[in-house]
Design a protein around this ligand. Sequence first.
Ligand code: DC
Length: 215
Amino acid sequence: MNFVIAVDGPAASGKGTVAGRLALAYDLPYLDTGMLYRAVGALAGSTGGDFRTAAITWASALNPESVYDPQLRGGRVGDLASRAAAIPEVRGALLDFQRSFATQAGGAVLDGRDIGTVIAPSAPAKLFVTAAPEIRAERRWKQLAGHGETVSFEEVLADIRLRDARDSGRASAPLVQAADAVLLDTSEMDISQSVEAARRIVEAARGRWETSHSG
Ligand code: DC
């Protein structure tokens, strides 16, 4: 039985927190797919030369099991990740690992931009987590300030808008809500309210999934 929870949404929408908490609640392995693009973006950005060529090379050579590094969460890496993620060959190189993670026995939780549309289109539970750009910018700004980054709110908001436009506007697997995903707007919610709302959505999906797999 393979109960997969797909969590998509724009930058700083709270999808990572929601996905991590769902993984704990359902005791499922969790993959933050943004980390793959962040690792590729950071490596390509520090290589020098042509960014596209470096990103494709690094994506093909990446060990996806070992990309978890809190340093990659910074704002500059987010921009590099978004640039790398717009390159179809980079996405192609990272596809198999993500699909295998999603199809492992027992199920999984994945978060990103294209989980419900490309990586796990038949996932029984799909959420599209979003919030107003100003709210997301405020959350991200507080997070960055907490990590000691000196950046203004206006810069963070401009970065969020740029990444939204790039992630949604690219030709290859753009950020878009899957037709069967449930929209969760966390603009007016704190973390625990967002997690609670996500739990309710997943519970309903799990009920339907269990019914269709019984008998
Ligand atoms: O979720 P995040 O902010 O860590 O993601 C960083 C960038 O990676 C984001 O701007 C778009 C890209 N990304 C993507 O294109 N597809 C995914 N499944 C996950 C992230």
